[in-house]
Each structure stands twice: as structure tokens, then as C-alpha cells.
Design a protein around this ligand. Structure first.
Ligand SMILES: NC(=O)c1ccc[n+]([C@@H]2O[C@H](COP(=O)([O-])OP(=O)(O)OC[C@H]3O[C@@H](n4cnc5c(N)ncnc54)[C@H](OP(=O)(O)O)[C@@H]3O)[C@@H](O)[C@H]2O)c1
Length: 243
């Protein structure tokens, strides 16, 4: 039997980590990328390999570095020649009020949120074609309608949604391309929000509560085998976008 493989970016923590674990439970062999979180990545790798020998591989890259895509392609080709799923999850995220926004910030936010997903899809096309695989990009429910003080991040995620729909047309019928668009799932790590700030943000969510990483990973697992769904951006936002 041929193993099913997933490659996911930004898998060492938070939503990426939970998604790697969910696909592993579904019987996939998991290759995931990390940038700085080496200790966390190694810990997940050991845990998954204890459950099933040689079922988890980790690869490092910084998407601000020009050779990162080639480096990942080379590393993956040493493990497998087929990918059933590519999940572009890694992201940088921080405010960039327009008066102070810099070219370097634009370059960073665009690299992680749009350029890497686009060129990783290109570099891994032969692997995806071998498995008739699919691509899942992780966007943000608020990005297309704009986020105050986050114009660079919002622009990059909006580009990702345009790329998703364009590639769905271009790569059909062999490869499906979709996006998941989370709302408030986990509070940002480096933003220390007060209880009042959290309450204020949740007041705009119809379900009145924050989501869970499993709300994203379960949809990703579903999309990986939803053979008649392509070109969709699916919001998982507790109704944030309908309020
Ligand atoms: N959390 C939410 O509620 C929420 C809401 C809306 C959208 N989303 C989207 O859902 C996805 C996952 O969210 P999250 O909060 O779990 O993500 P996160 O923790 O903010 O970031 C995921 C990973 O991205 C990697 N990364 C950052 N800069 C990088 C770079 N220059 N090169 C390579 N990798 C880099 C980091 O890897 P290392 O740690 O290894 O450095 C990080 O662990 C993201 O695409 C995010 O935009 C999340």
C-alpha cells in the first residue's frame, strides 16, 4: 500500500500542530515545516513517530530567504515523490499602521502569507500530480473586507484568496485548490489582550465565543477528500462575517 503524505507549513505550534496531529490520526504520514520553533517541532516529531515509526518528518525554512522554496522541495523529494495534501498555514501577523509601515514589513507579510504558498504550490506540483492531491491555503475571515491597521497583512491574505481561486481553475481537473478562512480561533501569541478587549472582539462573533484549532483541522481533513469541492474559500468564524 502506498502511504498518504501531507506537507504543512508552520506545523510546530497552535493551529498547524493540531492539524498535523489530525492528519496523522487519519493515517497520513506527515511532513511539516517550521522556522524558529525547533524544540516544539522535534517534540511533535518524536511523539508522532512513537505512535507510528517513520511517520513524521520535519523541515526548516525561513520564507524571507530566497532559497527557502528550493530547500523545502529538495528535502521533501528525499522523503517522498507524492503529496496528497499541501497546507499553506505558516503566517506572519502584526499591525502596520500606514504612517509607519515599511517595505520590509510588506515583504515579510507578503512572503509568508502569499509568496510562499504560491511558489510552494508551483515547486510541489509534480508531487501533487503524482497523488492527484489537493492544496489548502489558510486565509483570514476578516482580510478581504479589510482590517484597520493591518493593511499589509490584509492585502497579503487577499492575494492568497485570489491565488486560491485562480489556481483552482488552472490546475483542474487534476488538483483541487481551496482555502479555509478562520475567524478568532486562538488569540495572537504576542498580543496581550485584556479580558475586556477579548470580550469586545467576541461581541462581534454570532456564536459569542472563540473557536478551537480542531474547528480548522477537521475542515482541512474533510477538504482533503471532498472530491467535488475546488476554488472555495470557506469561513470558519462563528458567524463573525454575518454580524
Ligand atoms: N489564530 C487565529 O485565530 C487565526 C485567525 C485568522 C487566521 N488565522 C490563520 O491561520 C493560520 C494559523 O494561525 P496560527 O495563529 O496558528 O499561526 P501563527 O502561530 O501565527 O504562525 C504559524 C507559524 O508560521 C511560522 N512563520 C512565521 N513567520 C515565518 C517565516 N518568516 N518563515 C517561515 N515560517 C514562518 C511560524 O513558525 P515557527 O514558530 O517555527 O517560527 C509559526 O509557528 C495562519 O495562516 C493565520 O493567518 C489564524
Amino acid at each position: 500500500m502506498t502511504n498518504k503524505f501531507i506537507f504543512l507549513t508552520g506545523g510546530a505550534k497552535r493551529i498547524g500542530k493540531v492539524t498535523c496531529e489530525a492528519f496523522h490520526r487519519e493515517g497520513f504520514d506527515v511532513i511539516f515545516h517550521y522556522n524558529r520553533s525547533v524544540a516544539e517541532a522535534e517534540e511533535i516529531q518524536s511523539k508522532l513517530n512513537e505512535i507510528r515509526e517513520d511517520s513524521c518528518f520535519i523541515v526548516q525554512a525561513d520564507f524571507n530567504s530566497a532559497d527557502s522554496i528550493k530547500k523545502l522541495q529538495d528535502s521533501i523529494s528525499k522523503i517522498t515523490n507524492r503529496l496528497d495534501v499541501l497546507i499553506n498555514n505558516a503566517s506572519s501577523f502584526y499591525p502596520t499602521p500606514i504612517e509607519e509601515a515599511t517595505y520590509d514589513e510588506w515583504s515579510d507579510l507578503l512572503s509568508t502569507n502569499a509568496t510562499a504558498p504560491l511558489f510552494l504550490t508551483q515547486a510541489l506540483l509534480p508531487f501533487l500530480k503524482n497523488a492527484k492531491g489537493s492544496v489548502i491555503n489558510i486565509s483570514d475571515t476578516l482580510a478581504p473586507s479589510g482590517i484597520k491597521n493591518f493593511s499589509l497583512y490584509s492585502g497579503a491574505k487577499s492575494a492568497l484568496e485570489g491565488i486560491t481561486k485562480s489556481l483552482a481553475k488552472e490546475l483542474a481537473p487534476e488538483i483541487r485548490v481551496n482555502a479555509i478562512s478562520p475567524g478568532a480561533i486562538l488569540w495572537p501569541e504576542d498580543e496581550d489582550l485584556s479580558d475586556d478587549q477579548k470580550k469586545q472582539r467576541l461581541s462581534k462573533v454570532a456564536l459569542g465565543r472563540i473557536g478551537k484549532p480542531e474547528d480548522i483541522s477537521s475542515l482541512a481533513v474533510f477538504l482533503s477528500c471532498a472530491n467535488y469541492i475546488t476554488g472555495q474559500v470557506i469561513k470558519v468564524d462563528g458567524g463573525r462575517s454575518v454580524i
